[in-house]
Design a protein around this ligand. Structure first.
Ligand code: GLN
Length: 492
């Protein structure tokens, strides 16, 4: 079969169970596509063909014995932020360019436990700081819809890999939009669940009170399958949520049987997220998607959220503050890059960090250290924490009058690689996604159209805490009556 990379997770799962193809054949299909096309895309930092085939053989045994999970034998790619035992885990940085992890992140282990097959590790902005994947030490990643453009970031490698048909699903992490924005730029569905839903153990830390893992797939259903495996309490992460994980896949399938699945659902539309800076074509596509939701029985209601500029300033104060603390562990002593011939200890620290970290990471460490320093702590850090609380309260108030909130995922579609944007211009691209992380809410992006350059446009759906089911069902209902999620970029 030549189109295995176009199939949904459900179709792949059925195909494996019905012996239409084996996991080894399926895995080889994706490895062949990577070998043929990833030179042009650069989505993988490390491909693990031997490991993948070994895991695929084990999966085929489980399938033959009738011991298989729904995802047994299905290949996936992991963002290179997740520690993977015996495999290079670089976080897109020179600092960790030679780091082979001695252990698995909880989510990597959970994927292995159900028999998912690891194809490799995908590129990302260095330490997940960025929105276009251009800060990866391993070079820019190309968007398969237009190779001269960025795939978004920081999980740009995972997004480009799924959009290129190199993997049916992939993991990502989202501190301020790093799953939703690349999903939007690459025409995919991506979900970041509620903070605490997925263990952060073994996910390299950027800003710990924001960081959350999630998934990429072509559809909400694909995402639900993988999210189901990744979610759940972990005693190795003190912020992980100790509660049963709902069966999202079952709920989604049940929701399809309902006569009018969206009857009575109220969608909050925040005027603040449709103002200046939003590209006109993106706005038109988003409004069309909202009309489609009305046709499905949902009602639109006006809600008000904190102005995106305020949210942006709060995030870009707090996230770097946490980053400056988290990244202090890379000192050239314990692990990671060490400079040549240090003259003394100070020289060792200074040069290891100056040579090991790229410009954007250094900028964040400096900003964060400044905000946390004795003289500025109250004026900046404490104040931003107070604003963070107000932002959460605005979301809580909005959810009093609606079930989900809909906004554009990003103000623009994918821009050109090397567009020479200033850091603050790049940060502006995160205006619609970061509020969610400040409030710890679940949110997703789904493809709802194309702009004049045939670049995908994403709609963001934001849910109240622990209501991933509503988001997945809403996205699925839309995908039952539209076909944007079925469109794939063609690779030469
Ligand atoms: N673009 C945002 C940043 O650079 C978000 C990144 C992320 O979610 N990891 O901080």
């Amino acid at each position: 079969m030549t189109n295995l990379h176009e199939l949904s997770v459900k179709a792949l799962s059925d195909g494996l169970k019905n012996k239409q193809f084996s996991s080894v054949e399926l895995t080889q299909h994706f490895l062949d596509r990577i070998a043929k096309h990833d030179k042009a895309i650069n989505s993988f930092i490390t491909v693990t063909p031997e490991l993948a085939i070994k895991q695929a053989k084990q999966a085929d045994e489980l399938l033959a014995n009738g011991n298989a999970h729904a995802l047994t034998g299905i290949p996936l790619a992991h963002k290179d932020i997740f520690n993977t035992e015996g495999v290079l885990t670089t976080c897109g940085s020179k600092m960790l360019a030679n780091f082979v992890s001695p252990y698995n992140a909880t989510i990597v282990q959970k994927c292995l436990d159900v028999g998912l097959v690891t194809l490799g590790k995908t590129s990302m902005d260095e330490f997940a700081m960025g929105s276009d994947n251009e800060s990866s030490y391993f070079g820019a990643v190309h968007n398969p819809w237009d190779l001269s453009r960025v795939p978004g970031g920081s999980s740009g490698g995972s997004a480009a890999a799924v959009a290129s048909g190199f993997a049916p699903i992939a993991t990502g992490s989202d501190t301020g939009g790093s799953i939703r924005q690349p999903a939007s730029f690459c025409g995919l569905t991506g979900i970041k669940p509620t903070y605490g839903r997925i263990s952060r153990f073994g996910m390299i830390a950027y800003a710990s009170s924001f960081d959350q893992a999630g998934t990429f797939g072509k559809t909400a259903e694909d995402c639900a399958y993988l999210l189901q495996v990744m979610a759940g309490y972990d005693n190795k992460d003190s912020t992980s949520y100790n509660a049963d994980v709902p069966n999202w896949v079952e709920k989604l399938h049940a929701n399809r049987q309902a006569d009018k699945p969206l009857q009575g659902v109220k969608i909050g539309v925040p005027t603040e997220y449709f103002g200046e800076g939003l590209n006109e074509t993106v706005k038109t596509q988003i409004n069309q998607a909202l009309k489609q939701y009305e046709a499905l029985g949902a009602t639109l209601v006006d809600v008000s959220l904190t102005k995106p500029e305020i949210t942006l300033a709060t995030y870009y104060l707090l996230a770097p503050a946490e980053a400056s603390s988290n990244l202090s562990r890379y000192d050239g002593v314990r692990y990671g890059y060490r400079c040549e011939n240090p003259s003394d200890l100070t020289d060792l620290y200074t040069r290891s960090r100056s040579e090991g970290f790229g410009a954007e990471v250094q900028r964040r460490i400096l900003m964060g250290t400044y905000a946390l320093s004795a003289g500025y702590f109250d004026a900046y850090y404490v104040k931003a924490q107070k604003v963070r609380r107000l932002i959460s309260q605005d979301f809580a108030k909005a959810f009093e009058s609606c079930d989900v909130i809909a906004t554009p995922t990003a103000p623009t579609t994918a821009y050109k690689i090397g567009a020479s944007l200033t850091p603050s211009e790049i940060y502006m691209g995160d205006v619609y996604t970061i509020g969610v992380n400040l409030a710890g809410l679940p949110a997703m992006s789904l493809p709802v159209g194309f702009d004049d350059n045939h670049l995908p446009v994403g709609l963001q759906l934001i849910g109240n805490h622990w209501q991933e089911d509503k988001l997945l069902n809403m996205a699925d209902a839309y995908q039952q009556v539209t076909d944007f999620h079925q469109k794939m970029a063609t690779l030469a």
